[in-house]
Design a protein around this ligand. Structure first.
Ligand code: PLP
Length: 470
């Protein structure tokens, strides 16, 4: 395809996109495809000659689309959402058209400076002190890895990158039992090792880390000759929204001089609303915080906001500056590739800019509040049903339940069958988790275009399928 033919297909793709988003609610949320179906529809070998866009686009519609699970469906209540609000899709289109590689200031000054400003807008939206500076990472997993590497380097007096971990004391990192597996991965990749990730027991309704148990674990490690290096806090855990007592955990970390990282990948978006900030009192004392605007805020995937109280610690951990990456003759510039594990960086700030300017913070707050209120209303309604049990109360817009009809012993199996049947039905999409050893069903609302009617439809679908198909 030549660029002078682009606009014809560009217009078709744009029309298709608008139509897709306006009608996606008519499609089953989860793909109905069987394993191998898409693979078998694809030619075994690549074409030797070029093909026309008309044929390629037809195959996209007939082969690919049936195998898509619709994350932008208004009744996507599974996992956490991964939103793509219209203005951020436009920005992503532009970013992919100009395709800058934004590793250094000079490789696109506008991308770097827009990123600096957008991260400061988000900082203000979350009401974090202006001491915090931010960088956009691809995912929360990368931000957590960067934070764990920083913990490692600080604890080893910046010798870890050079000397490795041989002949060192065992570094110890602390977190609750409710954290996301991205924390385990960061521990593996950093070379610290799973056995040095200390799972502190939880307590209370928020299923947060027990501060007394954290203190005891640190003391025991010091007595055993280990070296405590950092604490990873959880605000809005993936299973049921577990949230640590932030201020109390930070008190203990500060007392022991430990680097702290807060994983608020999902719930961080809600902190643009002042009334939810009581969930992270003292957050301004953390060293590092991550949240994903691509989850709940509406920014097209991927976009993870990573705030640092002292970016120098991160830069000292990750920066490598060979001659071919140097920018001579410019002072005070930021090269964001020194703030992240990958060198190459996409132009992600543009979609934050388009999104926030289109809706304003108030427009975004309204959406989040609606999700939380509607989800809570659904929770209250299901709680009235004697054959259902609420297994965890709403944390923001996330809660969980089980179907518990009298006379059934096999509740784990029964509830897994219920999830499967609901998802085969296609009107809504839910996923399960384990809570205190039991299989429970999660519900969260957060899709950008979801309505109250969409959320309440979940009540009809859940009760109807449970009572007629099990
Ligand atoms: N932390 C929490 C609490 C999450 O729920 C998730 C994903 O859902 C992650 C981290 C990982 O996010 P990412 O896919 O951006 O690495």
């Amino acid at each position: 395809m030549k660029w002078d033919e682009f606009s014809e297909w560009g217009r078709k793709v744009s029309d298709w996109t608008q139509d897709y988003h306006l009608t996606v609610g008519d499609r089953p949320v989860r793909a109905k495809t069987e394993p191998g179906e898409v693979l078998n529809a694809l030619p075994l070998s690549p074409p030797e000659g070029g093909e026309g866009m008309a044929q390629i686009f037809e195959d996209f519609e007939t082969i690919v689309m049936p195998g898509i699970t619709h994350w932008q469906h208004p009744r996507f209540f599974a996992y956490f959402t991964s939103n793509a609000a219209a203005p951020s899709v436009l920005a992503e289109f532009l970013a992919s058209a100009i395709a800058p590689q934004c590793m250094l200031w000079q490789t696109s000054p506008a991308a770097t400076e827009l990123e600096t400003r957008m991260m400061d807008w988000l900082r203000q939206a979350l009401d974090l002190p202006d001491q915090f500076q931010g960088v956009i990472q691809d995912t929360a997993s990368s931000a957590t890895l960067a934070a764990v590497l920083t913990m490692r380097e600080k604890a080893l007096a910046w010798r870890g990158n050079q000397d490795g971990l041989f002949n060192q004391k065992q570094l110890r990192i602390y977190c609750s039992s409710e954290v996301h597996t991205s924390i385990d991965r960061a521990i593996w990749v950093s070379g610290i090792g799973q056995q040095n990730l200390v799972r502190v027991p939880i307590k209370g309704d928020w299923r947060g880390m027990d501060p007394d148990a954290l203190e005891a674990a640190i003391q025991a490690d010091i007595a055993a000759g280990h070296q405590p290096a950092g604490v990873i806090l959880c605000v809005g855990g993936t299973g049921v929204g577990a949230t640590d007592p932030v201020a109390e955990v930070l008190d203990i970390a500060e007392k022991h001089g430990l680097y702290t990282h807060v994983d608020a990948a999902w719930a961080g978006s809600a902190m643009i609303c002042p009334e939810y900030r009581h969930y992270w009192p003292g957050i301004e004392r953390a060293d590092s915080i991550v949240f994903n605007p691509h989850k709940w805020l509406g920014v097209q995937f991927d976009c993870s906001a990573h705030f640092l109280k002292n970016p120098d610690d991160l830069v000292q951990t990750l920066a490598i500056s060979p001659e071919y990456l140097k920018t001579h003759g410019r002072d005070g510039i930021i090269n964001y590739s020194e703030w992240s594990v990958p060198l190459g960086r996409r132009f992600r700030a543009l979609k934050i800019w388009f999104l926030i300017r289109t809706y304003g913070l108030d427009g975004l707050r309204d959406r989040l509040r609606n999700h939380i209120n509607w989800s809570t209303a659904l929770h209250n309604k299901l709680a009235q049903e004697p054959d259902f049990e609420i297994t965890s109360a709403p944390m923001w817009s996330l809660w969980s339940f089980r179907y518990t009809p009298t006379g059934r012993e096999d509740l784990d199996e029964l509830n897994q069958t219920l999830v499967n049947k609901i998802n085969d039905d296609g009107r809504i999409y839910l996923t399960q988790t384990r809570l205190d050893g039991q299989l429970v069903i999660r519900f969260q609302a957060g899709q950008f275009e979801t309505t109250e009617a969409d959320v309440m439809m979940a009540y009809d679908v859940i009760t109807e399928i449970a009572r007629t198909q099990l």
